[in-house]
Ligand binder design. Structure first.
Ligand code: MCN
Ligand code: FES
Ligand code: FES
Length: 925
């Protein structure tokens, strides 16, 4: 141990520290300054940034022995407080720059050092700074962060006042559609809100720290698990295996009818088999993380390694063994049979184009915050689990049988106060059941925090689709027939694999009124990463196929790609791939809106292209539904409190998208007629103990489905309290008159006649959709094959605006993820794709500062105040526009993502671009 004198946030102190300890652990663990976060833990994300002696450093890679004595260290706590925000924090709030907020302390600390050095930076200097200091944000697309720094610098220079950065309430008191700041913003920008790891540090003495024994192979039979040596290790309380699990030891995957997979194929702790690399085999529970980790090495697992099928084509081979014995590897099939038989139509068509094995890969979610969970028994003996779950009630139902408990009776889930982004991976339960099992086996509070490697290998990924697709069109470009066949590699667990496969038939060819469709998709069990939801779920894979083929058709017809889309875009009388009429016809106006931008872009590309740096322009359309299929519903409680405030309660889980803002603005719009101001609305969210089920925050459903229920509940309250003279009763008056003060708001998409798709893929799965057009401008370096996205423009129809800043932020962030999906992100190689950087996360210089949004918003009949959703729209097909732009720039057609430089270069050199093919298209079923 060594003694260090340090100055932390202006206070001098002496500390005894381990010279090998990391500065971040001293800051968080010894000084309890939990505003500094740990993301990657490897110096790649900047979440742990602090200022030491005037320089930004990453405290996760700085050992205490390298911290000079008498160092002056500033953490986020030293920059501003909730009641005294620094200019940067004010600007961060104003620009909605903290979505999930997990990156915010690191960015703000980093930006503080920049402004200390240069209080008048250009936007490019700000971007260079964040690039140099490796500050990564996964939510915002970076633009709002640069906007915030520029405004903060203006305030620092005295050009504007703090009031200019504060929200100004409009005279009518209406916050709907404004840039009202989200309620959680101040906690996020000051580092005072507790995320899971912070919560874990603050758990009571005696809390057991957990570490996992995880499979190092992708497929094996378990012969034995010996925990005896581990159990004798220092500090170890217990080593938990499947034998300690009191219930069924399986997650209920809630499979759809027709799924040959077993709804119970995902073990909580592996018992008979390992199905994928990283599967959990045992949990070591100890007094410290270090003790638990040391004991992990001493758990002996004897395996019989089996052949691993690492892709759909491999698992479809006739000689492949069944990964789940008794269930075929191809376990679900979905057709789309719409209109006339397409075979004769293809023969009659003026033009037929087709492509094979278009492929969107295993995009990793890469939230900056790794997965984390805690569990304890409450005073009533109920098991309480806290996590990043975005479907609390759903997940309780999915894990209850496995644990041997009953959801809502003796098992309750809630979110940590702060939740770092999930982008959909938390639509499935991940480590909830593990901490639950540990608490049940030990009786103690338990805490499990993944490191980033575990985040990558354990949690689900986007499931790749291999798609063959064919269009038959007349010579004017009108598509009359579409055929397709696809296989979904869903990894080893069938949970939601069926639902994802259904998305294929809902979104291949979406955006266009194609009257005749014959398509089929198969879900395949493999030993690669299990499939979990990922923002835009199924549509990036589906639309990549149809939007790539659209460009090929345009070329064959000698037509402009935008005009070809225009001819086919939904118009009255058309139906979508599910066979129902779109609820609004905004696709044509969206294309009209983007046309001038497109023409300017083409002109720019021509002017700026050089033989070394070729410029190109690409376009694509995006469509996605807002809801879970069929009659999706939600519940909200609205209650007048004795102090005159109104409490609005529901589980609208927040993963950074702004659930708190959506709930507040939607409730306020109905309640303001009663004179209620935003600060008189108390939100109670995301705790099964306290609030009813709003349903999972997936499928861009919450604003529509929960929002409608909010309006319904608030209207009931307002109507009950309205007096004859138009004024409203107080709490005391209502109680005196025996008028209830609490109302249950409900809404179901049944009100819009929604039905699940049938076995022909036909139905009305969603009441509301989102529509968009993407315009990508790229530059391809012909010497390296590297593509740079120069500008993204999106025309979007998301219905009425609930919150402008949230909306913009959702779109910028989604576009950035689309750029990553197109060019760099992958989780294919289990040895290489194991860090944030190696998985291809985009840094700020990978994302253009020039991103433009054009709203063409149509009011939705079935949306609250006319709103649709937004979350997933920007990630539906930006990658298709980017690949179309690459082709436009240099003639290289990328059919399998990501469009890595070596692939583009191979194409430029006239070589074959390596692709994975499916030898079997129609497996025995
Ligand atoms: N909104 C709005 N105006 C509209 C529509 C929506 O202001 N016309 C706001 C809503 O109030 C809400 C946000 O936009 O704050 C997203 O609303 P919605 O599209 O209904 O989506 P959900 O609330 O159901 O959120 C889920 C969606 C999905 S499915 C994923 S995945 C996703 C996403 O949102 N993950 C995210 N956005 C994310 N953003 C961040 N930062 N982190 C994630 O993990
Ligand atoms: Fe330190 Fe990522 S750089 S946590
Ligand atoms: Fe930056 Fe979520 S706000 S990672």
């Amino acid at each position: 141990m060594i003694k260090k004198k340090l100055n932390i946030n202006g206070a001098s102190m002496s500390l005894v520290v381990d010279p090998e300890a990391l500065l971040v652990d001293v800051i968080r663990g010894q000084l309890h300054l939990t505003g500094t976060k740990v993301g990657c833990g490897k110096g790649q994300c900047g979440a742990c940034s602090v200022i030491m002696n005037g320089k930004v450093i990453r405290s996760c890679i700085t050992k205490m022995k390298r911290v000079p004595d008498e160092s002056i260290i500033t953490t986020i706590e030293g920059i501003g407080t909730p009641t005294n925000l620094h200019a940067l924090q004010l600007a961060w709030v104003k620009h909605g720059s903290a979505q999930c907020g997990f990156c915010a302390p690191g960015f703000i600390v980093s930006a503080k050092a920049l402004l200390d050095e240069n209080n008048n930076p250009t936007r490019e200097e700000v971007r260079d700074w964040f690039q140099k200091h490796k500050n990564v944000c996964r939510c915002t697309g970076y633009k709002p962060l640069v906007d915030a720094v520029m405004d903060a610098a203006r305030l620092v220079r005295g050009e504007i006042t703090a009031a200019d950065l504060e929200f100004q309430m409009p005279e009518d008191g209406k916050i709907l559609g404004t840039d009202y700041p989200r309620p959680s913003a101040i906690g996020k920008v000051t580092g005072t809100i507790d995320y899971g790891a912070d919560f874990g540090l603050k758990m009571p003495p005696g809390t057991l720290r957990l570490k996992l024994v995880q499979a190092q192979v992708s497929h094996a039979k378990i012969l034995s698990i010996d925990t005896s040596e581990a159990e004798k290790m220092p500090g170890v309380y217990k080593v938990v295996t499947y034998k300690d699990v009191k219930g069924k030891n399986r997650i209920n995957g809630l499979n759809l009818p027709g799924n040959k997979g077993d709804s119970y194929d995902r073990p909580i702790l592996c018992d008979e088999k390992v199905f994928q690399f990283g599967d959990a085999i045992a949990i070591v529970c100890a007094d410290t993380e270090a003790h638990a980790q040391a004991a992990v090495e001493k758990v002996h697992v004897e395996l019989e390694v089996l052949p691993a099928y690492m892709s759909a084509p491999a698992a479809m081979e006739p000689d492949a063994i069944e990964i789940h014995p008794g269930t075929p590897n191809v376990y679900f099939r979905q057709y789309n049979i719409k209109g006339e038989d397409t075979a004769p139509l293809m023969e009659k068509a003026d033009v037929v184009v087709s492509m094979e094995d278009l492929y969107v890969g295993r995009q990793p979610h890469l939230p900056i915050e790794p997965d984390v969970a805690a569990a304890y028994y409450d005073e009533n003996g109920n098991l309480q689990i806290l996590s990043k779950s975005i479907g609390l009630d759903l997940h309780a139902a999915m894990i209850a049988e496995g644990l041997g408990l009953e959801a809502g009776k003796n098992l309750f889930l809630s979110q940590f106060p702060g939740v770092g982004g999930t982008f959909g991976y938390k639509f499935s339960p991940t480590i909830e059941a593990l901490v639950g099992v540990a608490t049940m086996a030990t009786g103690k509070p338990c805490f499990l925090n993944f490191d980033y490697y575990q985040q990558i290998i354990y949690t689900g990924k986007r499931s790749p689709f291999f798609v063959d697709i064919k269009f038959g069109a007349n010579k004017d470009g009108k598509i009359n027939a579409m055929e397709y066949n696809y296989a979904v590699d869903h990894g080893p667990y069938s949970e939601f694999g069926d639902l994802l496969t259904v998305r294929g038939v809902q979104f291949i060819g979406a955006g266009y009124g194609i009257p005749n469709i014959r398509g089929v998709g198969y879900t395949v069990c493999t030993n690669h990463a299990w499939g979990s939801a990922f923002r835009a779920y199924g549509s990036p894979q589906s639309l990549f196929a149809s939007e790539t083929l659209m460009d090929v058709l345009a070329e064959k017809l000698g037509m402009d790609p935008l005009e070809l889309r225009y001819i086919n875009a939904y118009r009255p009388g058309d139906t979508n791939p599910s066979g129902h009429e779109p609820e609004v016809y905004s696709m044509v106006p969206l294309l009209d809106a983007i046309r001038p931008k497109y023409q300017e872009a083409l002109k720019r590309a021509k002017e700026e292209s050089t033989p070394e740096k070729k410029r190109g322009v690409g376009i694509s359309v995006g469509v996605y539904g807002c809801g879970l299929d069929g009659p999706d519903s939600a519940e909200v409680w609205v209650e007048l409190l004795h102090d005159g405030r109104v409490q609005v309660s529901t589980n609208w889980q927040d993963h950074g998208q702004g659930a708190d803002m959506g709930l507040l603005a939607t409730a306020h719009e109905t309640l303001r007629q009663m004179g209620i101001t935003p600060d008189q609305i108390k939100l109670v969210m995301n705790d099964m103990n306290l609030a009813p089920a709003g349903g999972p925050a997936g499928g861009s459903r919450s604003q529509v489905v929960v929002g409608n229920s909010v309006v319904n509940g608030c209207e009931q309250l307002v109507n009950a309290l309205r007096k004859d003279d138009g004024t409203f009763m107080t709490y005391d008056e209502a109680v005196a008159k025996g008028i209830p003060t609490k109302y249950v708001g409900k809404w179901s998409a049944a009100a819009a006649n929604c039905t699940d798709c049938d076995d022909k893929g036909q139905g009305k799965p969603f009441s509301v959709y989102m529509y968009g057009v993407f315009l990508a401008e790229v530059e391809v370096d012909t010497t390296t094959g590297k593509t740079r996205v120069v500008k993204m423009t999106m025309a979007a129809d998301v219905g009425e605006v609930i919150n402008k800043t949230v909306l913009d932020g959702q779109i910028y962030g989604g576009l950035a993820q689309g750029i990553g999906l197109a060019l760099s992100e992958d989780f294919e190689d289990l040895k290489k794709h194991t860090t944030m950087a190696n998985c291809g996360i985009p840094y700020i210089k990978d994302i253009p500062d020039d991103m433009e949004i054009i709203y063409v918003n149509y009011k939705r009949e079935h949306g609250p105040y006319g709103a649709a959703g937004v979350g997933e729209l920007p990630l539906t097909s930006p990658h298709a526009a980017i690949c179309n732009a690459i082709y436009n720039a240099c003639g290289v057609r990328i059919t399998q993502l990501p469009a890595r430089p070596e692939k583009v270069l191979a194409g430029l050199q006239g070589k074959e671009i390596p692709v994975v093919k499916r030898p079997i298209k129609d497996p025995a079923y």
